[in-house]
Design a protein around this ligand. Structure first.
Ligand SMILES: O=C[C@H](O)COP(=O)(O)O
Length: 247
């Protein structure tokens, strides 16, 4: 049984005042069927983890370096994230692939580093608009998935998020048939490589909001969401958690 996950990626947003949003989520009506993960900017991980305390909300990072330590100014190792209180790390987000030229091979190396530090890797894949219009969405996504997941990936240490680049922050969302087709192809490709593929969680990300969450979560093989803009406030995020709990 795959546990449903509502993950929030705050991206480059948030100051210590924003931690009040996590406290508001902690006060929210319990959604027993849903695991919640918040990935604030690295500057807030330790404070967020301290605020969460024993509450089951998990805290994650948004990137890590593939090396364990060394002369890499400005970077953070997976072990540093774990020491700050993170249990998860987002890797290979399309914004990192675009802004920092991250390849599948680099994402795979980062995932290996995350696993070595005991972190759960949330590995992102997704096609551009041009690739979708060329009819290559499934091919691109499964190729990225194959290249970005290390051989040691398992349901215990890896989650895959399908995020069409053109749907991120745009208000555009693929049709539910399209999401289902991609998630089905991802699951089938995982099954060829990993024994516990049936237990690996697949998230959808890209303009998920309270208003469209229920129809997205009704799609087969969608085990939750990776949410950007609508994760920044408890008011916007809580309806998504509720829709997932009800799905
Ligand atoms: O990581 C989150 C995704 O990029 C989705 O962002 P969005 O919900 O603002 O479209």
């Amino acid at each position: 049984m795959r546990r449903k996950l509502a993950a929030g990626n705050w991206k480059m947003n948030g100051t210590p005042d924003s931690l009040a949003e996590i406290e508001a989520l902690m006060r929210m009506q319990a959604a027993p069927g849903v695991e919640i993960l918040i990935c604030p900017p690295a500057t807030l991980i330790a404070q967020a983890a301290a605020r969460v305390g024993d509450h089951p909300i998990a805290i994650g990072g948004q990137d890590c370096h593939p090396k364990a330590q060394g002369a890499h100014t400005g970077d953070l190792s997976a072990a540093m994230l774990a020491a700050a209180g993170a249990t998860h790390v987002i890797l290979g987000h399309s914004e990192r692939r675009a802004d920092h030229g991250e390849s599948d091979a680099l994402v795979r190396a980062k995932a290996e580093a995350a696993h070595a530090a005991g972190l759960i890797a949330v590995i992102c894949v997704g096609e551009t608009l041009e690739e979708r219009e060329d009819g290559r969405a499934e091919q691109v996504v499964t190729r990225q998935q194959a290249g970005s997941l290390p051989d040691g990936a398992s349901a215990a240490n890896t989650i895959v998020a399908y995020e069409p680049v053109w749907a991120i922050g745009t208000g555009k969302v693929p049709g539910t048939d399209d999401i289902g087709a991609i998630h089905g192809a991802m699951r089938a490709a995982l099954a060829e490589r990993f024994e516990d593929a049936d237990e690996m969680r697949l998230l959808y990300g890209g303009s998920v909001k309270g208003s469209n969450a229920a129809e997205i979560f009704a799609v087969a093989d969608v085990d939750g969401a990776l949410v950007g803009g609508a994760s920044l406030t408890a008011q916007d995020f809580s309806p998504i958690v509720a829709a997932l709990d009800a799905a």
